[in-house]
Write a protein that binds this ligand. Structure first.
Ligand SMILES: Nc1ncnc2c1ncn2[C@@H]1O[C@H](COP(=O)(O)OP(=O)(O)OP(=O)(O)O)[C@@H](O)[C@H]1O
Ligand SMILES: [Mg+2]
Length: 269
């Protein structure tokens, strides 16, 4: 474990929370991730960038435990992590949003956010079973926590609305709310601002920074908009064809010649 350090924008970043060592992930003949190592520090916002097909979502899926790499080690909170079931992921404090929105369209905003607590509840089920009255208390705690998140993300006025009726930007915000409902220690966001207009992006940026500030949540995110990446992140990993071609502060990666020629030199959607 390393000591806390000051990030370039003056914020504190803590010790290493997650350490990915020599990760290789293959799908049949396709090597999506080739021998990549990097770490994520407690309390930081860590961006993963790179061209389409670079392996960014695959990497997030490795971090979340959804994919188990063929090679390499994942260390979390100082322990080596093996394959996990979804409730074990939740118990470790890992929550995520998806590149393509994965909400229940017919269900209300409130009910969608409540589903974010299911794995957390499953993780706690044993302690509950041993204690009379635990279930009721848990239900009250769930409601309180969800209402807190609804207030925090300013979605009180749509809490009863079926998600299918919401505009895209708000759906993304509900997805963030559901991830937060699991009270994550680390939050993984796969292109949280893709397809948004400028105003929606500004809102989402503010919420991500607020989550990081207010709850101290560590965040790893994939984003194509370089302006957003520069504004939000403490450190950036750059991927290209499954390899890591850059790693450092936003300013460092922006002036890295390999990163410029592989990614920054060309326009991206
Ligand atoms: N489940 C899968 N099965 C087979 N191949 C996959 C799978 N997931 C990803 N791949 C392949 O792995 C490579 C990396 O894909 P990945 O989705 O991780 O890239 P990405 O950087 O997230 O791209 P994008 O910016 O388009 O979202 C691609 O060649 C992709 O086709
Ligand atoms: Mg992707």
């Amino acid at each position: 474990m390393t000591q806390a350090t000051i990030t370039p924008d003056g914020r504190q970043a803590g010790p290493v929370l997650m350490d990915l060592r020599n990760i290789t992930l293959r799908f049949g003949g396709v090597t999506a991730i080739k021998d990549i190592s990097f770490d994520i520090r407690e309390g930081e916002i860590r961006a993963i960038i790179g061209p389409n097909g670079a392996g960014k979502s695959s990497m997030l899926n490795v971090i979340s435990g959804f994919y188990v790499p063929q090679e390499g080690e994942i260390w979390f909170k100082g322990y080596r992590r093996g394959p996990m079931k979804p409730y074990e992921v939740a118990r470790l404090g890992i929550a995520r949003t998806f590149q393509n929105i994965a909400l229940f369209d017919g269900m209300s905003v409130l009910d969608n956010i409540m589903t974010g607590r299911l794995n957390l509840m499953k993780a706690r089920i044993w302690s509950q079973a041993l204690w009379w009255g635990g279930a009721e208390r848990e239900e009250i705690e769930n409601r309180e926590q969800v209402e807190k998140i609804i207030d925090f993300l300013e979605i009180q006025n749509i809490r009863k609305t079926p998600v299918g009726r919401l505009p895209y930007g708000l759906k993304k915000r509900v997805e963030l709310a559901r991830a937060l409902a699991a009270e994550p220690r680390i939050l993984l966001l796969d292109e949280p601002m893709a397809g948004m207009n400028v105003e929606e992006k500004e809102d989402m940026c503010r919420f991500i920074l607020d989550v990081n500030d207010e709850f101290g949540t560590t965040i790893a995110l994939i984003e194509h908009d370089m302006g957003v990446v520069m504004d939000l992140s403490d450190r950036v990993v750059v991927m290209d064809y499954g390899r890591k071609i850059g790693d450092g502060t936003p300013d460092e990666v922006r002036s890295n010649p390999e990163v410029i020629s592989a990614y920054l030199g060309v326009e991206h959607a």
